[in-house]
Design a protein around this ligand. Structure first.
Ligand SMILES: [Zn+2]
Length: 728
């Protein structure tokens, strides 16, 4: 492309950024190169970005994208709402021969699965143009793997008052700086621009970044602008701990905002739930998408379901439980066809394996020495044989077997005929088939146990009431169930195919008191995510503490178990410590990597500067030589000037002498002239005298002639003749 063609291309567009296409060819942007370079200084964009990925949100003509590419970034994505040829981007990219990618989209739609993940996210001059600034930060968190560089308008030094006057927060009250403030602009109050929506003060920007999962550091403030570097923190975003908006779920933020807005306006879930896209549950293999669901809007306790705490789960406003709001139908809990129904054979085999759990055969072996011993120890703290014990949801039946060995008259229940058969065959224990409410059981049980069952129940209150009916007055109910303490959506107990209610401690107490239990205690269980619940119908009833009736072999086993527990606890402490140290090591490694990167950048910078210094030194040396040469020339010229001056002086002296001569000659000429004039006058006088004499002579001659002609003369002639002839 010739320079003329390039120039024509540049002229064919309107420009916002001033981008240098080649030396002396810069796009005539509204924002000058100097201004843009200054901004790069404020945000401290490293001089080298080798190997890094960069996302430029609100890229417009692409100045910052091209700059990131120039600094060595391995992948740069310019991201904006408009098509690439709407502004100068496409033209600049062609002219620069750049490889920067352009993605058209809204900041609210940012999604790592679509655009990827980035080491550096540039977010310049966008935030105050957004109606949903926090949603934007939340979405950026998803695609940012390292650092967000944020530049924006800021309220602290530019608060527009009602009369359009601008003031500062400090002038109103110094304390305003420490309160996060959002100034809303319903019209064009800020800069007469209708696209400006919110001014945040620095505190609001910082707090917004923190709740979105970033750690902000102020880089610069100038005029009404600020720049931050916000490093992404690991772990869930803090805002997820409490939100009613549904923005926590990808499916809501990935689709247009209207959907999120609709949920905000109308918190009641729709009557029927649309089928979900398979990707939502991609991490959960199995049957999710085949489960028919309907929306529920209230908890087992009657409380209203409020904020979404995880996909498909909402928090009960009354009891705090996390409740599956998109509920499988009643058929989901029945097993008619062992091969097809959810809790049939496949639940214990293929489905377990798909979730990386051991299948029921492996479980039957390992549970005996692990979970079952723990349960047994806890059981024996509460009740002693003999007595009738019911285990609801006994699975392979191993624990029923242990209880029977210990002298209890124990019986289990299960939903799947296949599992009931498995337990009967494996451990030769009695197992009843079907949900509790369908079983005809004789009341008077010493103990009813339900481990990892309560969370699966559609009607936990009904089941617990049934347990109360079946228990003896001094009987004990033992439960193990997940312990919900406000965990984020990443909590492994959110399993929408199985777990209906995830109870808080308070909720499980409420449940059991309503079911007729007066004494309820909650303690940690084997796994940290579980609680261990002991409930008795009457507050006065207490479990036996007499260990004498426990066979010695079990006592030894329990002793071993206690020892193992202690070791386990020690191990947990050691593990936690190791974990902490590992985290520290990771943090230090991260920091080291950062420092190494910074060092590399700084080294590169240093090398560049050294290069510049060499170049400058070379130029200086060259310039010195040139200077010396010129000095020599100057000296030579000065010498010549002196010579010429001398010559001139000589010439001047000569001239003066000649002038004197001329004056002398002139004077002489004047004298001579004067003499000549005198002499001429004299001559003239003499001539006149001569002429006068001649006239006198002529007159004399005439007189003489007259005399000669006179008679007397004639008369005397002979006389005179004689005289004449006579010698004298
Ligand atoms: Zn509730």
């Amino acid at each position: 492309m010739t320079r003329e063609e390039k120039l024509a291309l540049v002229k064919s567009r309107r420009w916002y950024h001033s981008i240098e296409i080649e030396p002396d060819l810069v796009t005539p942007g509204m924002r000058s190169q100097a201004e843009l370079q200054q901004l790069l200084t404020y945000v401290e964009l490293p001089s080298r970005l080798d190997g890094l990925t960069v996302l430029d949100i609100g890229a417009w003509d692409g100045f910052f994208s091209f700059e990131a590419e120039r600094r060595g970034a391995k992948r740069v994505v310019a991201y904006d709402l408009v098509p690439a040829d709407h502004c100068g981007f496409d033209t600049a990219r062609t002219l620069l021969g750049s490889d920067v990618e352009y993605v058209q989209g809204s900041v609210y739609d940012l999604d790592r699965e679509t655009v990827g993940r980035f080491d550096i996210v540039l977010f310049f001059g966008v935030l105050y143009h957004l109606r949903y600034p926090l949603l934007a930060l939340d979405r950026i968190h998803d695609v940012c793997d390292g650092v967000l560089l944020l530049e924006t308008h800021c309220l602290d030094r530019c608060l527009i008052l009602e009369d359009a006057e601008a003031t500062t927060l400090e002038r109103i009250d110094r304390r305003l700086a420490s309160i996060p403030l959002y100034r809303f602009y319903p019209a064009n109050e800020l800069n007469r621009d209708y696209s400006n929506w919110f001014s945040l003060n620095q505190r609001a920007i910082e707090d917004g970044l923190r709740t979105a999962g970033f750690e902000p550091a102020l880089l610069a403030q100038w005029g009404d602008r600020v720049a931050y570097r916000a490093r992404k923190r690991q772990g869930p975003q803090p805002y997820l701990q409490a939100t009613y908006e549904g923005t926590a779920t990808k499916s809501l933020t990935r689709t247009p905002l209207i959907r999120a807005a609709k949920i905000v306006r109308d918190p009641a879930p729709p009557a029927t739930v649309e089928p979900r896209s398979p990707s939502v549950d991609a991490a959960r293999p199995g049957v999710s998408d085949r489960i028919a669901r309907s929306a529920v809007s209230s908890c087992w306790c009657g409380g209203v379901l409020g904020e979404l705490v995880a996909p498909r789960y909402r928090r009960c406003v009354a009891c705090g439980s996390a409740v599956l709001a998109e509920r499988p139908t009643v058929e989901h809990f029945r097993v008619v066809d062992d091969e097809r129904d959810f809790y049939g054979r496949t639940y214990w085999t293929e489905y377990a394996e798909a979730r990386s759990f051991p299948d029921i055969c492996a479980r039957a072996r390992t549970d005996l020495s692990e979970r079952c011993v723990f349960w047994l120890a806890r059981l024996l703290e509460a009740v002693h044989p003999p007595g009738r014990v019911l285990e609801i949801g006994c699975g392979h039946g191993g624990f029923v077997k242990l209880m029977r060995e210990l002298g209890f008259d124990a019986v289990g229940t299960e939903l799947s005929p296949w599992v009931v058969d498995f337990a009967r065959r494996t451990f030769e224990v009695p197992v009843l088939l079907g949900p509790l409410d369908t079983l005809a059981l004789e009341p008077g049980f010493t103990c009813i146990a339900a481990f990892d069952v309560l969370e699966h129940l559609d009607d936990p209150l009904g089941t617990m009431r049934r347990c109360r009916e079946l228990l003896a007055g001094d009987g004990t109910l033992l439960l193990q169930t997940p312990w919900y303490r406000g965990e984020g959506p990443e909590w492994s107990m959110f399993q929408p195919d199985e777990h209906i209610h995830l109870f808080t401690e308070a909720a499980v107490e409420t449940l059991l008191r309503r079911a007729g239990f007066e004494a309820v205690t909650v303690q940690p269980s084997l796994f940290p995510h579980d609680m261990w619940v002991v409930a008795r119908p009457h507050a006065s009833a207490s479990g036996s503490t007499d260990e004498a009736r426990i066979p010695a072999a079990f006592q030894a086993l329990l002793g071993l178990q206690r020892h193992a527990d202690e070791l386990g606890r020690t191990l947990a402490v050691v593990e936690a410590d190791r974990g902490d140290r590992l985290t520290q090591v990771h943090e230090l490694t991260d920091r080291l990597q950062e420092l190494t990167a910074e060092l590399a950048a700084s080294e590169a910078d240093r090398a560049e500067r050294l290069d510049q210094i060499h170049t400058l030194t070379r130029r200086l040396t060259a310039s010195d030589a040139d200077r010396a040469e010129r000095l020599a020339q100057v000296n030579q010229l000065t010498r010549k000037i002196h010579e010429v001056n001398d010559e001139l002086a000589t010439a001047n002296a000569d001239r003066a002498a000649r002038l004197t001569q001329i004056h002398e000659l002139t004077r002489q000429i004047r004298d001579l002239t004067s003499q000549l004039a005198t002499s001429e006058a004299d001559r003239q006088a003499r001539l006149e005298a001569i002429q006068a004499l001649q006239r006198d002579l002529a007159a004399a001659h005439a007189e003489l002639d007259a005399i000669r002609n006179s008679w007397a003369w004639k008369a005397t002639r002979p006389l005179r003749l004689g005289r004449e002839r006579s010698p004298r």
